[in-house]
Design a protein around this ligand. Structure first.
Ligand code: ZN
Length: 145
């Protein structure tokens, strides 16, 4: 059986709560001239979707800048943000229907969202790289002008 990307998904793939929505969050590792994309897709409730979004964003913020294809990391960050908009419209997860098959002992326990991306230490990496880039390109005088 195949599942359409637009079909309504009843329960979260992680915790079994509902409602949920399909989302696909990407994390990118850039090394010199290559990059690798790790995708986590599926039906997510609001809490699990937010947790996966933050994990993937933080990973990309740290690992997505170390080579020529760095724009791939930036594109992944923007695509993840657009996926999160759909997840954010969901109400908090509920567990009225009982555990769906395949959830196991994770039922009723959504992932912890963790710290917002803007408050994460992962944000230090792109900020330091931007400052280093400015120093290399413009010289240290940009700090004093
Ligand atoms: Zn969930």
């Amino acid at each position: 059986m195949t599942t359409s990307r637009t079909a309504p998904i009843v329960s979260c793939d992680v915790c079994g709560g509902g409602p949920s929505a399909y989302a696909s969050f990407r994390a990118v590792v850039v090394i010199l001239i290559g990059f690798h994309v790790r995708t986590r897709s599926g039906g997510f409730c609001r809490d699990c979707g937010l947790a996966v979004f933050r994990e993937q964003q933080k990973f990309t913020l740290v690992a997505g800048w170390w080579g020529i294809p760095a724009p791939a990391g930036l594109i992944a960050l923007l695509m993840n943000a657009s996926q999160l908009a759909r997840i954010n419209r969901l109400p908090p997860p509920r567990y009225d229907a009982g555990p769906p098959p395949g959830i196991g002992n994770r039922f009723g326990r959504p992932l912890r969202p963790g710290r917002p991306v803007g408050q994460s230490p992962a944000l230090i990496v792109p900020i330091l790289l931007a400052v280093a880039f400015l120093i290399v390109c413009c010289g240290p005088r940009f700090l004093y002008d």
